[in-house]
Design a protein around this ligand. Sequence first.
Ligand SMILES: NC(=O)N[C@@H](CC(=O)O)C(=O)O
Ligand SMILES: [Zn+2]
Ligand SMILES: [Zn+2]
Length: 345
Amino acid sequence: MTDTLIIRRPDDWHLHLRDGAMLEAVLPETARHFARAIVMPNLVPPVVTGADAAAYRDRILKALPEGGTFEPLMTLYLTEDTDPEDVATAAASGLVRAVKLYPAGATTNSQSGVRDFRKVIPVLEKMAEIGLPLCTHGEVTTPEVDIFDREAVFIDTVLDPLRKEIPELRVVMEHITTSDAVDYIRAAQANLAATITTHHLVINRNHILVGGIKPHYYCLPVAKRATHQQALRKAATSGDARFFLGTDSAPHVDPAKECGCGCAGCFTATNTMAILAHVFEEEGALDRLESFTSLHGPAYYRLPVNEETLTLVRGPKDYPAKILGKDGPVTVFDPGFVPAWHVAD
Ligand SMILES: NC(=O)N[C@@H](CC(=O)O)C(=O)O
Ligand SMILES: [Zn+2]
Ligand SMILES: [Zn+2]
């Protein structure tokens, strides 16, 4: 039995770092294990222009612990007023690595997102031309559509027509939660990949609702039934290069989650690598952990893989139950088991 696993240093292809005191509190949790992360732009106000992204990047670098080498990969928040030329300039300089599509109202801070998809076609055409990926929060917001169906309906009514209209557009379906998404990605000829979160490999909707409501398991897209969870586990551990890690680690202070209308997001930065090693071992795929966390993402984003390594060691190790920032406590995701692995110091 292997007791030590050395992998190339992982990257997180979907991360929320927030701003201000929360940024200071959570950034070390990611920077400890991850070399780079695609940083989500859903701040208030959102990161819309190249100038916004440059300023946010500076704030992240300033918040880094002394001697930290973490590299934030910036994204722009797509609005109906986004200027294709600004996007192209920000991409050409290497500042921006993707543009994020939030259907208006789909998730946390998505009010400035897209309502009329016709309005963003010129930006998407420019992105297709320059090869800049579009990351999607893939859920429709139609009130009549059941919340558990919103990802599948998004694929059929928004994503598939869009990809047929602009086949050269390179898309990353973020935080997929359904076997429908897994099947759709597997069937694609080109220009489509997906991130999978740590928590969606560990929980299904029973974990949220059975035995009392668990606000810290509530995220968007909401976890689906166990058959979907199984499909995600198979996809993540399959070795298929179109699936890679995006933790969607999304900190909210406890009072904002443990209340009458709790907000969506699981905070997994602290223990993601230990949980993933545990899950991959359960799936008999420990030898594929590195490709999921450290190889497939750079390949899709056309970036070099990391030269540094991360060492995982068999055996449990305590991690904090909460991260205590100046804004208040943030509960670390509880996988419901003690991970059989930990990251070496
Ligand atoms: N995933 C979540 O449940 N929440 C994210 C937003 C998002 O990624 O959709 C957040 O910003 O809190
Ligand atoms: Zn999202
Ligand atoms: Zn997210």
